[in-house]
Design a protein around this ligand. Structure first.
Ligand SMILES: Nc1ncnc2c1ncn2[C@@H]1O[C@H](COP(=O)(O)OP(=O)(O)OP(=O)(O)O)[C@@H](O)[C@H]1O
Ligand SMILES: [Mg+2]
Length: 242
């Protein structure tokens, strides 16, 4: 397997074509951004940490039956994925109040919900990724009703698996964002990445943040915190039979 042409350089990853047309080579970069890319820092080691964390989580999801774009880890900062057409929605699942939900409804930090909340945001740089409800997404032909139900169901299943996996690492999964894509044969699969860039994680006991919030709020060292997440996941490794 060889990487060939660059398809896209995003804020966190570079995607390359490979000599197999349905596969993409993904390189995680040493870059962190906040405020939708307006703040951008080089952070040595971040790419390797996020790729390793993402591989552990995707391997766990695959083992539990979730269909994903994940194929294999290639190196500490590279992995091979199935090439998909990304559905332009950020699917957010929340188990407790934080971030935009906490601000919007003026509720207390980490207020627990009786059941998880699923939200969609429209992936549009020009519009600043606005909140979008199901009917709006259907009207804009981003998805149809059946697909919206599928996304919500998959998001909740993913939440359950991740919540349990993180709990083994003594971490509470407060919320997270995922993206889905369609494969060449039109199957919806989980795609993109799951890492402390896209999850809110707090220590189960102390409620200390172990995610990108330390970078956004400048309250801690990103590499130290992401390394801690990776160590905890490695030290609570489950038997994975794929
Ligand atoms: N398996 C895949 N096939 C095709 N594209 C993918 C796949 N996985 C992720 N992508 C896309 O790769 C791009 C690069 O990822 P990165 O996270 O760096 O982007 P980003 O800066 O967050 O940009 P965006 O706003 O497009 O999400 C993103 O557009 C992402 O949606
Ligand atoms: Mg991204």
């Amino acid at each position: 397997m060889k990487k060939t042409t660059l398809i896209k350089e995003g804020k966190a990853k570079r995607l390359y074509n490979t000599d197999e047309k349905d596969l993409v080579w993904v390189e995680y970069m040493d870059q962190a951004t906040a405020l939708n890319g307006k703040r951008k820092d080089h952070i040595a080691g971040k790419g390797e940490l996020n790729n390793q964390i993402d591989c552990i989580l995707f391997e766990q999801l695959v083992a539990k039956g979730i269909h994903t774009d994940f194929v294999q880890k290639l190196s500490n900062n590279e992995q091979l994925n199935r090439k998909v057409k990304i559905i332009p929605l950020e699917v957010v699942v929340r188990n407790a109040a934080s971030g935009s939900f906490q601000r919007k409804f003026d509720v207390s930090y980490l207020q627990a919900f009786d059941q998880p909340v699923v939200e969609f945001f429209y992936k549009s740089d020009e519009l600043d990724d606005p909140f979008i409800n199901t009917n709006q997404a259907i009207a804009l032909k981003i998805i149809d009703l059946e697909e919206s139900q599928r996304l919500e169901k998959m998001a909740l299943e993913i939440n359950q698996i991740l919540k349990e996996r993180f709990a083994k690492a003594h971490l509470q999964l407060v919320d997270f964002k995922v993206e889905f894509g369609k494969t060449a044969d039109d199957e919806i699969v989980l795609a993109d990445e799951i890492s402390p860039d896209s999850c809110r994680l707090v220590d189960l006991t102390t409620k200390e943040s172990l995610d990108k919030d330390v970078f956004r709020k400048k309250t801690g060292d990103l590499v130290t915190v992401y390394q801690e997440v990776l160590n905890r996941l490695n030290n609570s490794q489950e038997e994975v039979h794929v």
